[in-house]
Design a protein around this ligand. Structure first.
Ligand SMILES: Cc1cc2nc3c(=O)[nH]c(=O)nc-3n(C[C@H](O)[C@H](O)[C@H](O)COP(=O)(O)O)c2cc1C
Length: 198
């Protein structure tokens, strides 16, 4: 598959058909995705992989009963064939940027980071994974991390000092998606969001 096709074709899918993903293959794809750039070659991003048998548990811990009762999407999401948590270890970045060749950056102090590179690296690796999934004819949705992250980390065995970036639910789409309201927003076009230095 052409890279441009993968990029154009990728959409967040929130209704899956229940086909289990091959966990070994998924782990290989995750390892490939970690070829993404990493600040200072810190390599502090981790993918934590679960197969189809972990999807229900994940949804249970990552959402609350009120949300599950009200959500139109819960059934389709619960038919995901696997789950990948994306997490990073900030301490890896702090110690990397305290090393002799980086210490002049001032970034050995956590408060100094205008952009926490551990999240930047996590985003880069996540996008690489989404493109690799597309190439494998799999589909996915990314859930950002804005609630229940401590419970999710504990459930997945992620050390408390690591930070959760987000979660990829993946599998084969069943075509029964409820269209996201986000897609109906009027936004500047992509071309309008490419600016020239003045
Ligand atoms: C950081 C981030 C967080 C997101 N969080 C969620 C989420 O919690 N739930 C969800 O359904 N989609 C989530 N999305 C998916 C976006 O809604 C989606 O990418 C956007 O509407 C554009 O649609 P497309 O990816 O299909 O092109 C998230 C995307 C990003 C990049």
């Amino acid at each position: 598959m052409e890279l441009r096709t993968a990029l154009e074709q990728r959409r967040m899918i929130r209704s899956f058909d229940g086909t289990p993903v091959d966990v070994t293959n998924l782990e290989e794809l995750c390892a490939q995705a970690l070829r993404a750039p990493s600040a200072g070659n810190s390599a502090g991003v981790y993918f934590i992989v679960g197969g189809v048998d972990r999807v229900h548990e994940y949804i249970e811990v990552a959402t609350d009963p009120t949300w599950r009762e009200r959500s139109r999407r819960i059934d389709g999401l619960a038919r995901a064939g696997g789950v990948v948590l994306v997490a990073s270890d900030p301490a890896t970045y702090l110690s990397r940027y305290a090393a002799a060749d980086k210490v002049s950056s001032g970034l050995s102090d956590r408060a100094a980071w205008q952009v926490p590179y551990w999240h930047t690296d996590a985003a880069m690796a996540t996008m690489a994974l989404l493109l690799l999934l597309e190439e494998e004819a799999l589909q996915a949705t990314l859930w950002g991390n804005f609630r229940h992250d401590e419970a999710v980390k504990e459930w997945a065995g992620i050390p408390p000092t690591w930070e959760l970036f987000g979660t990829v639910l993946l599998g084969r789409g069943d075509g029964a998606d409820h269209r996201s309201a986000s897609l109906d927003r009027t936004t500047p076009t992509r071309a309008q969001r490419v600016l020239r230095v003045r």
